[in-house]
Design a protein around this ligand. Structure first.
Ligand code: FAD
Length: 392
């Protein structure tokens, strides 16, 4: 299968992928157009995750070893980034499902797990046999999760006892395991645990009435005296620094998903300008409409450039926290501007689900805030610039 150029990849960055990566991306694009695009607006309106898409997604090399910084696999971080873009270009919620499964859940085990934990869980997560979630955020702790977690983990013989609450946990209404981050009552440091969701005392409740990423099944989780054997404590998750090393990998992927979200809205807007007539001609003929589109494409192109470079840095083993944070903050901010301009291009139809732009417009708000708000990511960049931490 050949990869037809994206009209929105104005400078042709995709050409930097290797041939087998281009083929894989083309196959993914075709499957998403065929299986996801026709059902996505209904699923969004009903706030349901289309479970049938899981099998489609997992037959692609989308689920790779993002966490493997030796980059010995067949697929580069650059390819991983393009897949996040491609997924979000059709739907940001499905890109989020992949981001949680492939990035946050597999990444936690890949980065912080023992050899035995990696061998047991990663193949099942990669195939989709096991669905994962990632529980860091709490009702009273979002941006300050490095220090503000209230969920506790207490060692007790050959197991740990966990108590607390989590909020916003994606995939968690149907996950088989959730990675739970909790503060040890022994040394006060954050530890990570692979928690099977059928553990007694674990309860996940869907968050209803969301107005962004409605397809993502976010849950509130309550943990009441749940007992987790030592074998399920992530061996190398000894402090929040380890959690942060997982987030660095996934933040760059969110930057790519933000570009995909912007592109989804932009492509829908471009198509609309050719169909919609006003003053006796398609609105594409009006200079001010072209100006809106040109501004969108400029922002998209700048964001792709940033994302390409941040993935290349990961491929070369050069990526640091501040690199991923800058990409996430910049790309999500640009995305937010692009979806608003695209909404404008569609006039009233920009707020109707059938024209797609409304969905991208709403979903952009969640991408802007999750995996570190713009302010948090700016503070990470600011710390790198000045050498001074200004979080508190
Ligand atoms: P708050 O931390 O309360 O922040 C509110 C505002 O205050 C923000 O604008 C923030 O930037 C600002 N602020 C806070 N502190 C400072 C400061 N020091 N300086 C300047 N400004 C500051 N979490 C998970 O663990 N797992 C998931 O799977 C997951 N999925 C999510 C999916 C969705 C759709 C959403 C919306 C969230 C998800 N989250 C998940 C949680 C997400 O990571 C948090 O929402 C995010 O980190 C922000 O936390 P908060 O919502 O509590 O906002």
């Amino acid at each position: 299968m050949t990869l037809a150029p994206l009209i929105s990849d104005f400078y042709g960055f995709e050409a930097q992928l290797r041939d087998h990566e281009k083929e894989a991306l083309a196959a993914l694009r075709a499957d998403l157009e065929q299986h996801l695009k026709p059902i996505v607006n209904d699923a969004w309106e009903k706030a349901e995750f289309p479970r049938e898409i899981i099998d489609v997604l997992h037959r692609h090399p989308t689920f790779g070893e993002l966490w493997d910084e030796t980059r010995t696999g067949d697929y580069s971080a650059l390819y991983g980034g393009w897949t996040a873009l491609e997924l979000a270009r059709i739907d940001a919620s499905v890109a989020t499902y992949v981001g949680v499964q492939n990035g946050l859940a597999m990444g936690s085990i890949g980065v912080c797990g023992s050899d035995a934990q990696r061998a047991e869980w990663l193949p099942k997560l990669r195939s989709g046999e096991v669905i994962g979630a990632f529980g860091l955020t709490e009702p009273l702790s979002g941006s300050d999760s490095a220090q503000g977690l209230r969920t506790t983990a207490t060692p007790d013989g050959d197991s740990w006892v966990l108590n607390g609450q989590k909020r916003w946990i994606g995939n968690a209404t149907f996950s088989d395991i959730t990675i739970i981050w909790a503060k040890s009552t022994e040394d006060g440091q954050v530890k990570g645990f692979i928690v099977p969701t059928d553990t007694p005392g674990y309860v996940a409740t869907k968050i209803e009435r969301k107005q962004a990423l409605r397809i993502v099944q976010n849950a509130d989780i309550t943990l009441t005296d749940i007992r987790v054997p030592n074998s399920l404590k992530l061996e190398k998750a000894e402090s929040f620094k380890n959690t942060a090393s997982v987030l660095r990998l996934t933040r760059a992927e969110v930057a790519w998903a933000a570009v995909g979200t912007a592109i989804g809205a932009y492509e829908a807007a471009v198509a609309y300008t050719k169909e919609r007539h006003q003053f006796g001609k398609p609105i594409a003929h009006h200079q001010l409409v072209q100006d809106l589109l040109a501004r969108c494409l400029g922002k998209i192109t700048a964001s792709i450039a940033l994302c390409v470079r941040v993935s290349q840095m990961l491929d070369n083993g050069e990526q640091r926290d501040e690199h991923a944070s800058m990409a996430k903050a910049f790309a999500t901010t640009s995305m937010r501007e692009v979806v608003a301009l695209c909404r404008e291009v569609l006039g009233g139809n920009g707020i109707v689900l059938d024209y797609d732009v409304a969905r991208f417009f709403a979903d952009a708000e969640a991408l802007y805030s999750y995996e570190g708000t713009r302010e948090m990511n700016s503070l990470i960049v600011g710390r790198a610039i000045t050498g001074v931490s200004a979080f508190v």
